[in-house]
Design a protein around this ligand. Structure first.
Ligand code: ZN
Length: 303
């Protein structure tokens, strides 16, 4: 028994980046965001090349917290209550739809009101670990206000590049948190490019969604929580989709649970897009990426 306990205490996880395109492996450091080999082949208007995923190796101790499955040690995370959101059992919706085992994961109860806090939380912990005190992000709204809020709690300076069509209410939220908001006369793609140039010049860590691998990694915690709350993985999961990073994060959480031996099957994941912002859905139907996409939907910030 004592030996078992001792062995359990010795179990640890380690983390590294792996290129989803060529398989090269890298240490997780602030200097790397995309695979240096594959990103050299990047062409304009092409989907991002050399996307890195966080891979895990080793074993979890018998008793663990969700933060133990993230590539930043617990001591670096800011003191703000991100995650641990409720899993509602909505009786009226269940009755109306006839799905008696329907649950709603309510991530609006995160500190700034969105699931994106999960990514901001991990990025904030990461920059604290590496003694960086400035984060840059291009955003149409939610990612900006999330990073601004979580960054404020962590004492980190946040600079936000917003396209001219960004919802004003979201910008006000970022300003209230004390972020520096820089309007860009162009679309999101242009704000993205400007923010990367700013990071290159100033050393600010980029929190650009999808570009920084930790944004998908942080969002996976929603799946780890659902697993803990249900005591198992659900059969099906429906995810609202904009650029697909939440979708990828949800999937990654269940993938890690499978790798760690907690589940045998990953739930069937459905991505749901607004008709006015359906780039990924369109790709599935046509097999082609649209070069320039103008999203228009009342569900702001998924544009
Ligand atoms: Zn690569």
């Amino acid at each position: 028994m004592i030996n078992e306990k001792k062995n359990s205490q010795q179990k640890t996880l380690s983390f590294y980046y792996q290129c989803t395109e060529c398989g090269s492996e890298y240490e997780i450091t602030p200097e790397i965001m995309v695979c240096p080999i594959c990103s050299r082949k990047q062409k304009n208007y092409e989907p991002l090349r050399g996307i890195l995923s966080v891979e895990i190796a080793g074993e979890l101790p018998d008793e663990f917290e969700i933060l133990d499955i993230l590539p930043v040690e617990k001591k670096y995370f800011p003191d703000i209550p991100v995650g641990d959101t409720p899993l509602w059992e909505p009786k009226n919706i269940r009755d109306e739809l006839g799905f008696t085992n329907l649950f709603l994961k309510d991530d609006t109860l995160n500190p700034t009101g969105s699931l994106k806090d999960r990514a901001s939380y991990l990025v904030a912990g990461f920059v604290r670990k590496h003694n960086i005190n400035n984060i840059a992000v291009a955003s149409t709204g939610n990612a900006a206000s999330s990073m601004a809020g979580v960054g404020a709690s962590a004492g980190i300076s946040v600079t936000i590049f917003v396209p001219k069509n960004a919802p004003q209410a979201k910008l006000i939220q970022s300003l209230q948190y004390g972020a520096r908001v820089i309007p860009v006369d162009g679309n999101y793609d242009y704000a993205f490019d400007i923010s990367l140039e700013y990071s290159r010049i100033t050393g600010a860590l980029s929190r650009n969604t999808a570009y920084n691998p930790l944004t998908i990694e942080g969002k996976k915690t929603v799946s780890l929580e659902i697993f803990k709350q249900l005591g198992k993985a659900p059969d099906f999961i429906f995810v609202p989709v904009g650029d697909g990073v939440i979708l990828a994060g949800v999937y990654k959480g269940f993938l890690d649970l499978k790798k760690l031996g907690y589940i045998t099957d990953i739930p069937i994941v459905y991505g749901v897009q607004s008709q006015g912002s359906s780039a990924i859905c369109d790709y599935f139907h046509t097999g082609k990426f649209t070069k320039s996409y103008s999203a228009e939907t009342i569900a702001d910030s998924i544009c």
